[in-house]
Design a protein around this ligand. Sequence first.
Ligand code: SF4
Ligand code: SF4
Length: 161
Amino acid sequence: MIKAIIDNIKGLYSLLVGLSITGRFFFSPQKTVHYPRQVVDPEILSSYRGPLELVPGEKDPAQSRCICCQMCVRACPGHCLTVTKEAGSKAPAAYLYDFTYCCLCAACVESCPTGAIRFSHKVYLVADSRQALHLDLLADLKVRASAAPASESAAAEQTGT
Ligand code: SF4
Ligand code: SF4
């Protein structure tokens, strides 16, 4: 009899603890958005790790800072990166990135001696095939530079990236 009462008290206590946690989160501010009716706050996106992108050059935002040293390629555990050099130059001829194998570990970003790569904040990226996630980062850099050259270079100067 006493054991049954103690068990009931323990069960009730457990229930109250569970309900208090549920209640706390139920009344706390919402952390998700009803996409596409709402969009994610840009401030939250600033810490989001989206697919890699090349950092624009300081003088020419359409040029990469990459010097083709291959440090990022060697550091990548997923073998996601392929960097080839332009003949007679340090500039990359191609910078290919297989996002399907990327675990967003940042080993490439941290190993780059020139700060040439960073995580983008592309939270709305979608694809209908794996091939569509094989990204050409040099082409992406050129598109971004032509879309907003002034803001890109200003942002690059501000962040020092
Ligand atoms: S974030 Fe990690 S897995 Fe992704 S490309 Fe860089 S090193 Fe490779
Ligand atoms: S580590 Fe940096 S500079 Fe070297 S190949 Fe990678 S992106 Fe280019």
